[in-house]
Ligand binder design. Structure first.
Ligand code: G6P
Length: 614
């Protein structure tokens, strides 16, 4: 995993590299480093921690030169140390390499290199790759030799990689290659770039080209050569202009990005609804699906897949779509789905979900589904992502860029997209117009309901502070609130480092109840819905065993207040939107607990915003 940026041009590459790396921190922030070709030769600088530390280091002791390559790391092989930070050199020290991906046969290659006397200074698979490529270059004279040697070396490498190579022998150019990990090439006025995604190049490159798997590129400031795995030159791929407006990375007066993003939800959800609710037809219209109603009706079964918070949104979708559209919906995490030999027929659509559109397992699930001939629809936040580009059609969730590592607004926007899809598919499969009209009204009121939920922040913060010292938490909910419980527990684990475990409320009796004690708060999601009384029964079971209960219920529920140790009453609403309000309340709960515990809210330990390795 990790992000890479390279720059080549007449000006100093270092400021470009740092700017790009900062935008790639969502791919990991364990360490950062860069290598540049200076008049004194190839120089490397590496620091543990965030890109800001590398920038400070360079401000104190500057490096200047071009071309340059750089990297922000999420540790896979070897702990978070300076020695394991990229770039890595080959045995001669002439070549430096940055890498995103996992070299699966690194052990075997390492043994072969050790037998030949190579000495390694890190635990990484990347250093093995640098030595492996470097070794094949021993006798390379001239570019043709160089290219042939790199091709030979890469032919024996198994796994995934996007690499940038810096070497004086490349005569003022950079070498880039990819297999399974994303890499784009960017061209600006005087500079050319490589990067893990185009957002890293926003404001620096004017056009973007995609490198394909198994291609090798030689990138210079005024030229670009691309070769396939046989070494044959390929014409440059079509370029697209980089129209991205600069990402707004300011905090806008909020203490953290996560706080800002939680509060952006009313507007995000409004945007997600805009132009999609067809009141006359009592349905929802998604232009991006690129399917007629007739084609959609032919779909008899849906598979929803994704990872992390997105998987929880998908699970919410399973409840909602099955209920509204009366069609079988399965939900599976993308890492399992891609290797599970799931039967897919022509009447099954696979909906691959990923806010970033770059999660390795989600992209792999998409490709596996395509190989099996299924219709693949994508739901994501980035219309320029791999997921968006490779799916047959899809839904953009319109949440805007999310910088806090813990997903907040993208979770609710994904859930809303599935709620809308449930109505659309429902209308194709017998959902009465009058019922659908009611549901559309409920969705229209969502932004306002979310504003009222956010008004409860102070109360939620007090509850979070009160229970902040508890070591373990249980999260319990039923029906569509069960995935919300899972998501609430995940938020808490991610940013407070407290242990939390989520279950359907009734599962309590099947083992989890053994964990109930006065130090383990149980967080219940108990709206006044069809399973309300059942939830009250489960709450009573916890109370009977002296477990503290915090309940998120519906406005005016005095019964719940009387039963629980702390109660937060959310705006009363229908079953389609109540889980979303609960989710937002749990985001605030986790956020305020993390703040009370002094955690690094936006960049929690060990995590990355987008997981680009499997
Ligand atoms: C990582 C992030 C999670 C996110 C998951 C899926 O684990 O830390 O917050 O939910 O990836 O990301 P995606 O971009 O595919 O939705």
């Amino acid at each position: 995993m990790c992000g890479i940026v390279g720059c080549v041009g007449p000006r100093d590459a270092v400021p470009f590299l740092l700017r790009g790396l900062e935008r790639l921190e969502y791919r990991g922030y364990d360490s950062a480093g860069l290598a540049v070709l200076t008049p004194a030769g190839l120089q490397i600088r590496r620091t543990v921690g965030r890109v800001g530390r590398l920038a400070e280091n360079l401000a104190q002791s500057p490096l200047e030169g071009s071309p340059g390559i750089s990297h922000t790391r999420w540790a896979t092989h070897g702990p978070v140390t300076g020695a394991n930070a990229h770039p890595h050199r080959d045995a001669t020290g002439r070549l430096a390499l940055v890498h995103n991906g996992v070299i699966e046969n690194h052990d075997e290659l390492r043994q072969r290199l050790l037998a030949e006397g190579h000495v390694f200074s890190s635990d990484t698979d990347t250093e093995v790759l640098a030595h492996w490529i470097g070794k094949s270059l021993d006798s390379a004279t001239g570019w043709d030799d160089y290219l042939a040697a790199v091709r030979r070396a890469l032919a024996e490498v198994r796994g995934s990689y996007a690499i940038g190579v810096l070497d004086a022998r490349l005569e003022g150019s950079l070498l880039a290659a990819r297999a399974g990990s994303p890499l784009v090439i960017g061209r600006g006025g005087q500079e050319s770039f490589i990067a893990s995604d185009e957002q890293a190049l926003s404001g620096m490159a004017r056009e973007i080209l995609d490198l394909e798997d198994f291609q090798i590129a030689r990138v210079a400031s005024g030229s670009l050569e691309i070769f396939d795995r046989a070494g044959s030159p390929r014409s440059s791929p079509a370029s697209r202009s980089l129209s991205l407006t600069e990402v707004d990375e300011g905090l806008g007066g909020h203490p953290h990005h996560m706080h800002k993003e939680i509060h952006e939800q009313p507007r995000c959800l409004e945007r997600a609804l805009e132009g999609r609710l067809d009141e006359d037809g009592a349905t929802v219209v998604f232009a991006g699906l690129h399917r007629t109603n007739r084609q959609l009706r032919e779909i008899q079964r849906l598979v929803l897949t994704g990872c992390g918070s997105t998987l929880h949104a998908a699970m919410f979708g399973e409840y909602v779509i099955e209920n509204l559209a009366r069609m079988p919906v399965e939900c599976d995490c993308a890492s399992e789905f891609r290797y599970r030999n799931a039967p897919l027929d022509t009447q099954t659509a696979v909906i691959v979900m990923s806010q970033s559109g770059e999660t390795a397992d989600a992209v792999a699930a998409l490709r596996e589904s395509r190989r099996k001939g299924a219709l693949v629809l994508g739901i994501c936040n980035n219309p320029r992502s791999t997921l968006a580009r490779e799916s047959d059609g899809g839904i953009e969730i319109r949440a805007g860029s999310e910088i806090g590592v813990a997903a907040t607004k993208t979770f609710t926007a994904e859930a809303l997209a599935l709620a809308m899809l449930g109505i659309q598919w429902g209308r194709l499969r017998g959902l009465p117009a009058a019922e659908a009209t009611q549901l559309l009204k409920e969705l229209q009121s969502l932004p306002e309901l979310v504003r009222r939920t956010l008004d409860l922040e102070e109360q939620i913060a007090r509850v979070a502070q009160r229970f902040a010292q508890a070591p373990n938490f249980l999260f319990l909910g039923r029906q569509a609130s069960y995935p919300v419980a899972l998501e609430g527990a995940l938020k808490l684990k991610e940013i407070t480092y407290r242990f939390a475990s989520a279950h359907p409320s009734a599962e309590l009796k099947h083992g989890v109840i053994a964990l109930v004690n006065p130090d383990t708060p149980a967080i219940f999601l108990a709206a006044q819905d069809a399973v309300y009384e059942k939830n009250l029964g489960n709450i009573a079971e916890v109370k009977a065993r002296c477990g503290p209960v915090v309940a998120f219920g519906s406005d005016g529920d005095t019964r719940l207040e009387a039963l629980c140790d702390a109660t937060v009453l959310l705006p009363a609403t229908g079953g389609l939107t109540a889980p979303l309000l609960q989710s937002i309340a749990l985001q605030l709960f986790a956020y305020h607990m993390a703040v009370a515990l002094g955690r690094e809210v936006d960049r929690p330990r060990n995590l990355a915003k987008s997981v680009t390795v499997e």
